[in-house]
Design a protein around this ligand. Sequence first.
Ligand code: URA
Length: 209
Amino acid sequence: MKGVTVVDHPLVKHKLTLMRKKETSTKSFRQLLREIGVLLCYEVTRDLPLEDVTIETPLQPMAAPLLAGKKLVFAPVLRSGMGMLDGMLELVPAARVAHVGLYRDPATLQCVEYYFKAPADMAERTVVVIDPMLATGNTAIAAVDRLQEAGARDIRMACLLASPEGLSKFHGHHAGVHVWTAAVDERLNDHGYILPGLGDAGDRMYGTR
Ligand code: URA
């Protein structure tokens, strides 16, 4: 699928299956989401540019690669995006964080913004939007719209599960934003939930059901 990378590493598949199981505890669900955050981050950052700098090893000088440019920005969509953030920050501890507070109106399935805070120099940074469930696509579209309004130009999207309908709607609005996901499921139900999916990611993470 164009514009989509399915991260189908065996560890990701294994952890995702555990997350889908309805009897998986809140504690385990949160832990697994954090771990998948680490693994997805590894793939999302695979093509980041490097530049050689001169360093000295204990034996001799050498030109060695470091990440080029400004620090990354991770942009978790509240609240479930927070579940993958810590795992990603473990791999890229110097990254900046932009919080995007959006909720989905259950009647209209449209997004309402309630919080937004991002670094000032978004135009100079690569931004990774973190939204575990790309379901209708409305939240992901609104998050990218809002980050672009804040100046972001180089944006990529990390999620855990996506629906075919959501991906096609998302790329209808943001064709240039590549999506990394652990799986693309079958379809959406009438309430905008992914099937077979894993239920409500926020509720399962925080035990709020
Ligand atoms: N949000 C969720 O948490 N789960 C879904 O299946 C869809 C949206």
